[in-house]
Design a protein around this ligand. Structure first.
Ligand code: URA
Length: 434
């Protein structure tokens, strides 16, 4: 087999065989296929697309390109959750302990933040002493013992995807839907998922800017799941404005704890219950989403969800007192209030701009190596659609550096837009596929 023939076949719009796809993934991983051929192939895929069979083959070849986690020693159906990323998205911090408290095991690998999107692992490190690096045996044992563990991504998972994603980033081929879908799904499958819940974000602060794009990606991933025997459901949710009111690591942890106790913001609570209820159906605990939701609401009210988070934090070396007394979490030295520049209605809070302002403060990183400040961030006092009066507080910035605070103020001001009349709001959940 020759890579040049495979590139030509895709360029001319033909379907590749399973063997051809396995050949190119193997060759690219072991270095026998060079970057220039792989980038030509990725560009051909961008223009010609891939059938669902080809996309499933690519997913499985990438999933098998490195280490694969075997979760079979954990009883039950292991349901994984993935978000395509957004600003203020602390859903995993809520959903993982909540679903685990219902009896469905949650063995989850999560990432760190990059750019304007935060990462679950950074947020969890707000708990003093929390360890995200665990051996495989520690990880599995913890899930068998207490039903939940969230750890950092193993370095050896899906090396083919790691290489291809980096190549796509510099060859203008990130946008190809089959490549995005197989990239995400291969990581979930290599991490041992039996079933997968995807939170596909759409809007200004998301990777997918339109509902059409988000639905195309979601449908492709659900189809891959169907082809490879992993039940998959995708929730398409809004990321025009930040999720919840807190942006920044420790601030988001505090909000997640409030949500687990049933006192969280409406949007985050609603999304966590929707995602959680679907995970309960995927995990075979209930047959109806509404039944799952009722169960999760009861768990929140009973205090068992917060208890489960405390158990997880303790099991991973963190201080569980931080869960029951969130005032112990890292705190910034400076606070500054942004007030409304006019009266009327808030017609938008640009999630990407708020995300950038939080990165300026040090809550996020622009390169993988950058250190982050766990204490800093932004709390929104108003959300899109709410009426405001001139001079009313819109948000508080928490900072540890005067110069960065000045820069973040300028960025944050630009994120708010006003209308004199009431505005139609974007829905929180646009669609559920699968
Ligand atoms: N996220 C991924 O993991 N892969 C992509 O290709 C795009 C977004």
């Amino acid at each position: 087999m020759r890579m040049v023939d495979i590139i030509a076949k895709k360029r001319d719009g033909y379907e590749l065989t399973t063997e051809e796809i396995q050949f190119l993934v193997k060759g690219y991983t072991d270095g026998s296929i060079p970057d220039y051929q792989m980038s030509a192939w990725a560009m051909a895929v961008l223009f010609r697309g891939m059938s669902s069979r080809e996309t499933a083959d690519l997913t499985m070849a990438m999933a098998g390109s490195g280490e694969q986690l075997d979760l079979s020693s954990i009883p039950g159906i292991k349901v994984d959750k993935h978000s395509t990323g957004g600003v203020g998205d602390k859903t995993t911090l809520v959903v993982a302990p909540l679903v685990a408290a219902s009896g469905i095991p949650v063995a989850k690998m999560s990432g760190r933040g990059l750019g304007h999107s935060g990462g679950t692992i950074d947020k969890l490190e707000s708990f003093a002493g929390f360890q995200a690096e665990r051996t495989r045996e520690q990880f599995l044992q913890q899930v068998r013992d207490i039903g939940v563990s969230v750890i950092g991504q193993s370095g050896n998972l899906t090396p083919a995807d790691k290489k291809l994603y980096a190549l796509r980033d510099v060859t203008a081929t990130v946008e190809a839907v089959p490549l995005i879908a197989s990239s995400i799904m291969s990581k979930k499958i290599a991490a041992g998922a039996d079933a997968i819940l995807l939170d596909v974000k759409v809007g200004k602060g998301a990777f997918m800017k339109t509902q059409e794009q988000a639905e195309a990606l979601a449908r492709t991933m659900v189809e891959i799941g169907g082809q490879v025997g992993r039940k998959t459901v995708a929730v398409i949710s809004d990321m025009n404005q930040p999720l919840g009111r807190a942006i920044g690591n420790a601030l988001e942890v505090k909000e997640a704890i409030e949500t687990l106790s049933g006192n969280g913001p409406e949007d985050l609570t609603e999304l966590a219950l929707t995602i959680g209820a679907h995970m309960l159906v995927l995990g075979g605990l209930v047959s109806e989403v509404s039944e799952g939701r009722t169960k999760l609401e009861e768990i929140m009210r009973s205090g068992k969800a917060v208890e489960k988070l405390a158990q997880m934090v303790k099991a991973q070396g963190g201080d569980e007192r931080d869960v029951y007394e969130p005032s112990r979490l890292p705190k910034a030295k400076l606070a500054w209030e942004l007030t409304a520049q006019q009266s009327g209605y808030l017609c938008g809070i640009d999630a990407e701009m708020v995300g950038h302002a939080s990165v300026v403060l040090g809550a996020g990183r622009l390169t993988k190596e950058m250190p982050i400040d766990l204490a800093v961030g932004i709390i929104l006092h108003k959300k899109s659609g709410e009426p405001v009066r001139e001079g009313e507080p819109l948000a508080t910035i928490y900072a540890n550096d005067e110069r960065l605070l000045e820069q973040a103020k300028r960025e944050l001001k630009e994120a708010f837009s006003y209308s004199e009349t009431a505005v139609a709001l974007c829905p929180l959940i646009y669609n559920i596929i699968g």
